[in-house]
Write a protein that binds this ligand. Structure first.
Ligand code: ARG
Length: 577
């Protein structure tokens, strides 16, 4: 029978049962207490409700718990309810319930569609500079969020807010012209070197710097030749980003690029609206908004500058225009910004201003998905030994090279082309997973040996668990009897696996709210770990039917869930590793 995955969540059903028991035992008033149901190491689930009720009822928690278990045991969901410790209630789920839930999960992964329109703003590197490791987190976390929300049924619009405008383009365009004059235009493909050369000339040569400044004026004035040169720089950059996205397995496409320049024509109107609404006023010849609640360290109102003294617009003006466009034109009901922690205040002020201006009503959620830094082994910002920031391409090369050594050791029998494919999947997957598996708000230490380890909460471990199950299933079909299901949950290992699998849909739904992909990683790690124990203790291929068919179904579902989970994180799950 088809059902959306989210319907499989046992917790709401258990909460209902506990509340009904409280009502039956202690009446309506008591029934408003949170039933406090959670997973537990000591039972399938546990409720702490008796601890909360003890004081208002003036009874001991164990007493309260004892009164409740009488009302809880033996229904269509709960097999057993027993008092434990100081007054916990341990709940055991009926085995037939677990089996049916798993059968349903295996039958379909269909999710409801078109919940709401969500804009996810992520990656957003700056044109003409190579993407470096600092852009890695936004790209990886943002893509996982976009994939997850899409899977959960949202209409996701990806927006790559690339930095494609501003004063650096004066020097870049002049440098491009100089290079053209000497027949060296191809140099622009080496973006980092190109940028550095332009920068060096700008600092050393006053005549060049003057030309660059005049070029900025031409660019802002919309001069056609200048715009053509600017386009050339943009195209090279976007092609470079696309190559890296492709390599990283990131779903951003060139058509998702909506860079800062996209909003140039809207900026005067954004400022005019802010003025008309009485929100923007002059301060030291700049035009500023002072959203309430933001103050300097001295307690002065903090300005969000929307037009500088020289008449130019700012990063903030552009963000306001982008937000207005996302809500008004794209119809977003949720706008998610995957941007590093240092921009927290900037975004908070932009959000507050957009609400004051009436561009974003209260029903629209604006969320800053912040994240910490990537640190080197010395716990300082990750840098090359020479102290430069590491290029993303170089980092990925190294990941694949190191993964190739792991594959060589693990699977020397594979042919070279297969090994290369697997090494790419493992290397890139390891880098992405290491980023996603950490609570994003924290900094994390970039550690090759940990992220490539075959045990622990790593991509290689999950990939290996998945590949191993696939090989079991291949063997089953070679033996000609690959019939699967229905699932009967009998041993404790099967039960542990069943509970972990059944929790997966709820974890996805919760993560779609909290936007913390590390919760998905934790859940996948638990599933892979309990599967390992299950496989050690419960024979699959050697078991007689119907146990064999049931266990093959458990294997199939575990592989599906691992592959789905990895896919939502943007990580491949090869058949073999
Ligand atoms: N390009 C910016 C940077 O490198 C990030 C842009 C983030 N998105 C936004 N809407 N402000 O810092």
């Amino acid at each position: 029978m088809a059902c959306p995955w989210t319907m499989l969540d046992l917790v709401p059903a258990l909460r209902e049962r506990v509340t009904a028991a409280v009502r039956a035992a202690f009446g309506e008033d008591a029934a408003s207490t949170d039933p406090a149901v959670h997973r537990s190491d000591h039972a399938d689930y546990q409720s702490d409700v008796a601890l909360a009720l003890a004081r208002p009822l003036k009874r001991s928690p164990r007493d309260v718990a004892a009164a409740l278990v009488g009302h809880l045991a033996t229904d269509d969901l709960v097999a057993e309810a027993v008092v434990s410790g100081p007054g916990f209630i341990n709940l055991t789920i009926r085995a037939d319930n677990l089996g049916q839930g798993l059968d349903r999960m295996l039958a379909t992964e269909e999710q409801p569609s078109s919940r709401e329109t969500v804009v996810v703003d992520y990656s957003a590197p700056n044109v003409a500079k190579e993407m470096h490791v600092g852009h890695l987190r936004s790209t990886i976390i943002g893509d996982a969020i976009a994939r997850l929300l899409e899977f959960e049924g949202d209409r996701v619009i990806r927006q790559n807010h690339v930095g494609d405008w501003g004063t650096p383009f004066g020097m870049l365009i002049e440098h491009l012209l100089d290079e053209r004059a000497t027949g060296h235009e191809a140099g622009v493909r080496e973006l980092v070197a190109f940028y550095q050369a332009a920068r060096a000339k700008f600092d050393a040569d006053p005549a060049f710097a003057e030309r660059a400044r005049r070029r900025v004026v031409l660019l802002q004035g919309g001069d056609a030749d200048t715009l053509a040169l600017w386009h050339r720089l943009i195209d090279v950059s976007v092609a470079h980003f696309s190559e890296l996205y492709e390599r990283l397995g990131v779903t951003l496409r060139p058509e998702d690029v909506a860079g800062e320049s996209r909003y140039n024509a809207d900026l005067p109107d954004v400022v005019a609206e802010l003025r008309r609404a009485g929100l923007a006023r002059e301060s030291e010849r700049a035009l500023c908004v002072f959203p309430p609640g933001f103050t300097t360290r001295e307690g002065e109102p903090l300005p969000l500058i929307v037009r500088k003294q020289d008449g130019g617009f700012t990063y903030a003006t552009t963000d306001l225009a982008a937000l207005r466009y996302r809500v008004r034109t794209l119809g977003a009901r949720r706008v998610i910004y995957v941007v590093g922690t240092p921009q927290t205040q900037h975004l908070a002020m932009v959000f507050a201003t957009a609400r004051l201006a009436g561009w974003v009503d209260n029903g629209v959620r604006l969320e800053h998905v912040a994240f910490g830094s990537v640190l080197g082994p010395d716990r300082k910002m990750l840098k090359t030994r020479a102290g430069e920031s590491i290029s993303l391409a170089a980092l990925l090369d190294e990941a694949v090279e190191r993964a190739a050594r792991v594959v060589e050791e693990k699977s020397p029998h594979l042919d070279p082309a297969q090994k290369a494919r697997i090494a790419a999947a493992v290397g890139i997957g390891a880098v992405k997973y290491a980023d996603l598996a950490n609570d994003r708000i924290k900094d994390y230490v970039f550690d090759w040996s940990r992220m490539l380890a075959l045990d622990g909460n790593t991509a290689p471990y999950l990939m290996y668990a998945h590949a191993r199950i696939r090989s079991i299933l291949r063997r089953a079909s070679e033996e000609g009897t690959a019939a699967i299901g229905p699932i009967a949950v009998e041993t404790p290992e099967e039960r542990a696996l069943a509970l972990a699998l059944l929790e997966f849909p709820a974890t996805l739904a919760r993560t779609a709210e909290t936007l913390q992909p590390h919760r998905i990683c934790g859940q996948l790690y638990e599933i892979a770990s309990v599967f390992t124990t299950f496989y050690e203790r419960c024979p699959v291929l050697r078991a007689p039917d119907p146990v064999r068919a049931s266990r093959l179904a458990l294997c199939t579902l575990t592989a599906q869930v691992l592959a789905r989970g990895l896919d939502l994180l943007g990580i491949a799950a090869p058949e073999q590793i």
